[in-house]
Every structure is written in structure tokens, then in C-alpha cells.
Design a protein around this ligand. Structure first.
Ligand SMILES: [Zn+2]
Length: 333
């Protein structure tokens, strides 16, 4: 018997027809299924649903992830924030609506770094119109001046520079940052905490600093980059310089590097945590979901709880709750 009060759905297309996917419920075994774009179920986002629970839920949906764009929406109740805005406002609005969230629910955007696949300058006018705040760590502050329109956000008082004390992207959610090696400027990992659950989020990193492992111990949801398969990378037609950059210490994480990082976090976390592991930024040219899954399946504490993301479509909603997976799921290993 399940100990969860939520319905226990297996991820993927269930019951309601070939194009309708359920949310990832707490502790449900999950293997790489994705929500088709522009389809939403009543059980999906629940943003305007009359069944909205009085206690707010912390929920996550990766709107898309890859070298062509990255954006993840995090909702606490009906208030929303994005980590990265690597799709333009129109695409983002479309994917949000498919998840039953209006764009005007978004109050803040936390940016990992300013590469175009993580922040599109086309967002500036939308942010000004809708008074959406930009939260960026101090080590990326100078880059903001080089983003077209970036100074308009600063002048409008919409930029929060994150220091060592962290920040509060939404009321009830606090965030601290870890600096990661990536190209010249590095990137920012976020550790989000609330009474409704915690999230560790790290993408675009060439290697995993011990401080990241340390900070992500005990998170309820772990989202980490899992970019390439080394063999596919080597055999690809990409220029040698690009391969070297990607596979270098300031590039991206391979499947095995991501897996080893997850395993270290799992080893040092209470049993059943993290409840879910979301894999970001998979290369379309130099990786494939089956290879990724085969690596993560090496550890039965990890493989069944992996959710793979995709560039072209969003994931179902993932509900985050504090603590370990229900006992039934713990019994799996
Ligand atoms: Zn990227």
C-alpha cells in the first residue's frame, strides 16, 4: 500500500488517452517520459483548478532543455518563477499555457548565466511590461551590461544582484548559489529551499566541484546537466576545438560525470532522497536517452527515479515534497 496521499501514477501516457500524461506523483517510478506539447490534463498544472489545495504545492516543470534553449518553471501555489529564460516569451508562453500556467504568473527569473540558450534578450520588454524581476549572482553582474536592453532592466529597478546571503525569488522560497566552471564566465547553480521542499539545480558545468555535492546533500529534487556520451562526442563531425571545449573541465558534463555526481549526493543523503532526479541539457547530436538511462540504471537507487528532459517539449509537472520517498518506494532497493 502506498503511504502517499497522492495518486500513484507511473509516468507516461496513462488511462486518459494516447496523448494525456499524468503528473509525476511522489515516489512514482519514472523513466524518461515526456509531455507532448500543448496538451494539458485537469490533473496537470492545476493552476486555475477548483481542486487547488489550500496548502500550496511546490511544483517543477522543465519547459525545455538543450543547446537550443533552457527554461524551467517552479510554482509555489499560484506564484511562479523561471530558472533561465532560454526560449523567447512567445514559446515560453505557449509551453506554460500547455501546463495551465499563464505567463503573468511568473514573477521572477533566476539566470544561471547569460549564454543565449539560457537568457534571450527578447525577454527584456516582456519583463518591463509585466514587472518580472531578474535575479543574477554578482559574479555575472558585468555580463548583464552586455545583454541588449540589460540596462533598461536595471534602470527599472527589476534586477536583484545575488550576494553570499542568497535571495528570495518568490515569497517562501530562498535561494543560495554555487559557482560552477563553464567557459570564461562560469555558471550559477541554485539551491532552493522552502517549507514545501528543496531543489538543487545545476546546468552547464565542466566538472563537479565538491561544494556542489556538499550543498545538494538531502535535496528533495535534484536537477543536473547530463550532456553527452563521450564516444558519440568523439565520433561526431564537430570541430575538434568544440569537442575539446565541451569535454574539458569548463565545458559540459558527460553521462558518467553526471551519474557519479548524483551517486555521491545519493550516498550522502538520507535514504529516499533525492526523490527525483531530473537530467538537463542532453545533447541531441552526441547523446541519446537510452544511453543515459543505461548509465543511471547501474544504481537501483537512482535509475527508477530519473526524469529525462528534452529540447522540444516540456516535462509533466513534478511535485516536490519534503523528506524521503514513501516507504513503498524505499522498499524497491
Ligand atoms: Zn547551455
Amino acid at each position: 500500500m502506498s503511504t502517499s496521499s497522492e495518486p500513484q501514477f507511473r509516468a507516461g501516457f496513462i488511462g486518459q488517452g494516447p496523448h494525456e500524461a499524468a503528473d509525476f506523483a511522489v515516489g512514482a517510478p519514472i523513466t524518461g517520459s515526456l509531455q507532448p506539447l500543448s496538451i494539458a490534463t485537469p490533473a496537470d498544472a492545476g493552476f486555475t483548478s477548483t481542486s487547488q489545495p489550500t496548502r500550496p504545492q511546490l511544483r517543477v516543470c522543465v519547459l525545455g532543455s538543450g543547446s537550443g534553449g533552457n527554461s524551467t518553471v517552479i510554482m509555489l501555489g499560484e506564484r511562479g518563477m523561471l530558472i533561465d529564460a532560454g526560449f523567447g516569451p512567445r514559446t515560453t508562453r505557449h509551453r506554460l499555457l500547455s501546463a495551465r500556467v499563464p505567463l503573468d504568473a511568473i514573477e521572477a527569473i533566476c539566470v544561471t548565466h547569460f549564454d543565449r540558450d539560457h537568457f534571450r534578450p527578447t525577454w527584456i520588454s516582456t519583463m518591463l511590461q509585466q514587472r518580472i524581476r531578474l535575479l543574477v549572482h554578482a559574479w555575472h553582474e558585468d555580463e548583464l551590461y552586455h545583454v541588449p536592453g540589460g540596462t533598461r532592466l536595471i534602470d527599472a529597478g527589476l534586477v536583484t544582484i545575488i550576494g553570499s546571503d542568497g535571495c528570495e525569488p518568490l515569497p517562501g522560497i530562498s535561494a543560495t548559489c554555487i559557482r560552477l566552471p563553464h567557459d570564461h564566465k562560469g555558471t550559477t547553480a541554485f539551491h532552493l529551499e522552502s517549507e514545501f521542499g528543496s531543489i538543487g539545480f545545476a546546468t552547464d558545468l565542466g566538472c563537479v566541484p565538491p561544494a556542489l555535492i556538499e550543498r545538494f546533500i538531502g535535496v528533495d529534487l535534484l536537477a543536473i546537466e547530463c550532456n553527452y556520451d563521450p564516444e558519440m562526442q568523439r565520433r561526431s563531425s564537430r570541430p575538434l576545438s568544440l569537442k575539446r571545449r565541451i569535454m574539458g573541465k569548463a565545458g559540459h558534463l558527460s553521462n558518467r560525470q553526471a551519474f557519479e555526481a548524483v551517486r555521491q549526493i545519493v550516498d550522502r543523503s538520507p535514504p529516499g532522497q533525492p526523490q527525483k532526479i531530473v537530467l538537463l541539457h542532453r545533447s541531441r547530436q552526441c547523446n541519446c536517452p537510452h544511453l543515459v538511462q543505461s548509465v543511471f540504471d547501474e544504481d537501483p537507487r537512482i535509475g527508477p527515479y530519473v526524469i529525462q528532459t528534452d529540447q522540444r517539449r516540456r516535462t509533466p509537472w513534478i511535485t516536490v515534497t519534503p523528506g524521503a520517498r514513501p516507504m513503498k518506494q524505499l522498499g524497491l532497493f
